[in-house]
Design a binder for this molecule. Structure first.
Ligand SMILES: Nc1ncnc2c1ncn2[C@@H]1O[C@H](COP(=O)(O)OP(=O)(O)O)[C@@H](O)[C@H]1O
Ligand SMILES: [Mg+2]
Length: 257
């Protein structure tokens, strides 16, 4: 199963992606967490020490390698590039057995086509989720541009995180529209940083017609965990936020079955 976590910057994508990855892995799934945000902060949220995370190469930095796998010298694209050695070379195992893959930034130089990177990525993701117990969680970059189009195409579940703000809700509505062009199988929203029932009501009304599958309260322990540089699930395993992310995980597991 492929899950893409999307939404406006700062709404809690990385925090939620990392906790879901750890929780699903504890339940026996084989989880690969893909950091598709060039700021690369998923490792910390997963609880992988910085020096360990830094030792893993960033996939999209290897432009020539990707090109050599996806393009024939004649300029013809290979639909099924070889990817079987990529996990070994580009991922690292973190707490609870979650594997981290860092995509990094695609160079946007001029009008260069990003096809090789995304063709390679899609082949890789398909290779990673051969079994029923295989889950890929993509922590996406905030924008609606290349990355969302290239990496989120065809995902089983697009989980859009929002918070009670007009801007975040607007992005959620835009993502909902975009998901239809990207062959996303299911689109759902999670309301994060809710401070009251009113907050939840306002967001739900603004998102009428869009499925809301979870609410996570504003929780000071999330900020504290960030300040200490410790993953939330290790720092505050019994916090309200984690309890709600566990509910979200149950929902996702039911969706898999
Ligand atoms: N439920 C929450 N309560 C309080 N703060 C939160 C909550 N979720 C996330 N945050 C804070 O919001 C900020 C952005 O979170 P992050 O997961 O990095 O978002 P994104 O990946 O969407 O940019 C961080 O400082 C984080 O601690
Ligand atoms: Mg993030």
């Amino acid at each position: 199963m492929k899950i893409a976590i999307v939404g406006k910057g700062g709404v809690g994508k990385t925090t939620i992606a990392a906790c879901l990855a750890r929780l699903l892995s504890r339940d026996g799934y084989s989880v690969i967490a893909v950091d598709a945000d060039p700021s690369l902060n998923l490792a910390q949220a997963l609880g992988i020490p910085r020096d360990v995370a830094n030792s893993v190469p960033v996939l999209f930095d290897y432009e020539e390698f990707i090109k050599s796998r996806t393009l024939r010298p004649s300029g013809v694209y290979l639909v099924n590039p070889r990817v079987n050695d990529v996990v070994e070379r580009f991922t690292i195992k973190g707490p609870d057995g979650v594997k981290l893959l860092k995509l990094g930034a695609v160079r946007k130089g001029g009008a260069r086509c990003l096809c090789p990177e995304y063709a390679f990525l899609r082949a890789l993701l398909s290779h990673l989720i051969l079994g029923r117990k295989d889950i890929v969680i993509l922590d996406m970059v905030a924008g609606l541009e290349h990355m969302s189009r290239g990496a989120a195409r065809g995902v089983d579940l697009m989980l859009c995180i929002t918070e009670p703000s007009v801007k975040a809700i607007d992005v959620a509505l835009q993502m909902h529209k975009l998901s239809k062009d990207l062959d996303v199988k299911m689109f759902a929203v999670v309301i994060n940083k809710a401070s009251s029932e009113d907050d939840v009501g306002i967001v739900k009304r603004a998102l009428e017609g869009v499925e809301v599958i979870g609410v996570i309260p504003y929780d000071a322990s999330v900020i504290e965990a960030d300040r200490e540089g410790i993953s939330l699930i290790d720092y505050a395993p019994t916090s309200k936020a984690i309890q709600c992310i566990k509910e979200l995980k149950k929902y996702i597991e039911a969706f898999i079955k």
